[in-house]
Design a protein around this ligand. Structure first.
Ligand SMILES: C[S@@+](CC[C@H](N)C(=O)[O-])C[C@H]1O[C@@H](n2cnc3c(N)ncnc32)[C@H](O)[C@@H]1O
Length: 270
């Protein structure tokens, strides 16, 4: 399995983002250290599991929409989290069983809990900060190299990049590698609605050894500079048919965004 040196080593006494997300979603791939972090987060935001579920559902709904309505058949899902049902590849394959997905995550536990590998679906253990080599990796180069549009998913992942990691440069490099007609699809926790809550959540993560960087709406929007048809919204509001969700903008603490890569020249056709 391809991997690079900057990936996270598995230490069961320390929580990881991927396993804690599994705990938030009431899935099975998590440990007491992850559930302890989640308990502390819920002291600040009692509905934290609901926020995670809304984000999780958004990534599936939006990917399925890209497959059904925009003809996307290739998905590069960076910061995939642990692949537990209902999986993103199952969601898009309901539209077309030929959809191809490359999952990328730097958390060793994502591969340790790897059970849902199937033809046309690959998993890479890679750190997105090692962007150039990630783009050169066999799986990603093959996914992007066919010239067909690709959905680049960065669901709830850029908050794990500090400003010193230059996340805008990383996302720009990834977007520049996509064929015209591709999509950038991202979510992120935001300090926009409550700077106080964002600061307290950041502190809880820091107490558990994890650096979180929330971003304002303006900072988030600039990831989409140069893209077409950009929709910045809240994940639970995006084309939602869920009526049971109890969130308001003030309690959602997340932003989502989708934008389309312009056609780059006369040689590119959809
Ligand atoms: C909250 S989960 C999101 C899962 C999924 N994308 C979603 O939105 O439902 C964030 C994932 O990003 C991964 N991650 C964090 N930093 C990363 C990095 N530098 N490179 C690759 N993956 C990273 C974590 O390991 C974790 O699995």
């Amino acid at each position: 399995m391809p991997r690079n040196p900057s990936t996270t080593a598995l230490d069961p006494t320390k929580p990881t983002v991927a396993r804690t997300y599994s705990a938030m979603l009431k899935q099975k791939s998590n440990l007491p250290s992850d559930r302890s972090l989640l308990g502390d987060l819920m002291q600040v935001i009692p509905s934290f599991p609901e926020l995670a579920k809304v984000n999780f559902d958004y990534m599936r709904r939006s990917s399925q929409w890209l497959a059904r309505h925009q003809g996307i058949r290739r998905f590069l899902d960076i910061g995939s989290g642990i692949i537990e049902p209902p999986t993103l590849h199952d969601a898009v394959r309901q539209v077309d069983p030929g959809c191809r997905v490359v999952y990328v995550d730097n958390d060793e536990s994502v591969l340790a809990y790897r059970e849902h590998s199937t033809s046309g679906v690959e998993m890479l253990e890679w750190d997105v900060r090692d962007t150039e080599n990630l783009l050169r990796s066999e799986a990603v180069a093959a996914l992007l190299g066919a010239g067909e549009p690709v959905a680049l998913n960065l669901g709830s992942v850029i908050q794990w990049l500090g400003d010193e990691d230059e996340p805008h440069r990383i996302v720009r490099m990834l977007v520049d590698s996509l064929p015209g007609g591709s999509y950038l699809n991202m979510t992120t926790p935001t300090s926009e609605f409550s700077a106080d809550v964002a600061a307290r959540v950041t502190q809880v993560y820091a107490d558990h050894g994890i650096l979180l960087t929330t971003r304002t709406r303006e900072e988030f929007e600039t990831f989409f500079d140069g893209l077409d048809e950009v929709e910045i919204t809240l994940p639970y509001q995006w084309r939602s048919t869920r009526e049971t969700v109890q969130l308001t903008p003030d309690t959602s603490h997340f932003l989502s965004g989708i934008g389309r890569v312009p056609m780059r020249g006369a040689s590119e056709h959809r």
